[in-house]
Write a protein that binds this ligand. Sequence first.
Ligand SMILES: [Zn+2]
Length: 356
Amino acid sequence: MADRRVDNQRNNRTNTSNRRESASRAGGGQRPSVRTSGGSRPAGKSGAGLMGVLAGAVAILVVAVGVSFALTGPFSSSHSSSGAPASSPAAAAAGSAASANQKADSEGAADGNAGSQQSDTGAAAESGLSARDEAFAVDPDKTKWSFSDNGRKVVYLTIDDGPSDKTQQVLDILDKYDCKATFFVTGQDPDHYHMIKEAYDRGHTIGLHTMSHDYGQIYASTGAYFDDLDQIGQIVMDQIGYVPCFIRFPGGSSNSMAPAGMMDTLESEVQAKGYQYYDWNVSTGDGSEHTADELYGYATEGNPPGTYETNIVMLCHDSAPKQTTVDALPRIIEYYQGMGYSFEAIGRDTWVCHHG
Ligand SMILES: [Zn+2]
C-alpha cells in the first residue's frame, strides 16, 4: 500500500534520529534528581515587615533581620511557584526488582511508590479514580479497541520523549489553540516529572513511552522491555495515580532496532496485559534536526503528499533539544485547524494506528 510505504519512510526517518538521540543521551539516565527551584527566591516577607516596624532602630533591625534569616533559613522548595507538586522525584520502580538496584542511586525516592501517589493526586485518592482515569487505566479485561477511522477530521497530536524544559511551552501553545494532545512520556528528566501531572491536569492524555529510551537495553529481551515499561508506568502512577493503557514503542512498532521477531511478540504481549500501542501516520520529522520551516513542511504536506486522512496521528517530540518543534507547532496547528481539523487526545475509542 502506498500509505504504508510513506509511513515506513517517515518511520525510518524517525528511527535514524532516535538512534542519534539515544547516543547523545548516554549517561542521561543517571542524572541525579536534584531540585533547585526555590533556591533563588528572595528573602522572606518577615524581614521586610520588621524593617517597616523598626525603622530607625538600626541596631535592633540588624539583629532582627539576622534572626529572620536564621528562622526562615533555606526557603522551602516544597512550595514551587507553579503550584505543582515539588515532590515526586523519580521513583525507582518497586515492581521491577531486576533493575531496582541499578536505578536506586539515580532515581531515589523508591518508597514513594506505594503510598504517596494517592495523597499526591487528590482525584485518585482511595478508590476515587475519575471516570476518565478508570477508563484509561491499564486493564487486561478491557479488550475493546477501535481499528477504524471515526470519520471526523481530527489530529491526534502525539508528543514523545518528554517531559522536559520544553513541555511547559508546548502546553501553553496547546491551551492557546484549545487543543488536546497525548504525551508519551519517558523517565529521562526527573526534574520535570511534575509536568506529567501538569499535562494530565490540563486535560491531555498521558501514555507510556520508555524509562530509558536506550534501544539496546529496552530491546535486549522481552523481559527487559517490560522492566522498562514497568518503570515508566510507576513514574506516571506517582504523578497521576494510575498506570495508563496507552503506549508507544520506542522507535514505533516497525522499528529496526529490536531483534527480528521481537516486535511481533511484544505487540501481542502488551495487548494481553491490557495495553494498546499507537504508531503514527504523519510525522513532523522532528526526530532529526530540522528547522521549524522544515518541520512545518513535513507535518503539513499530507500522507501521501497532497492527501489527508480524516484521522491523523501525528508524531512530534518535546524533549529538551526540540526547540524547533516548539517554534513550528503554532503554525502546524493553524494549518490543520484552517482545514477544519480539531486536535484531540487519544482515548479508549480512538482509532488505533498501527504500522502493521
Ligand atoms: Zn522516543
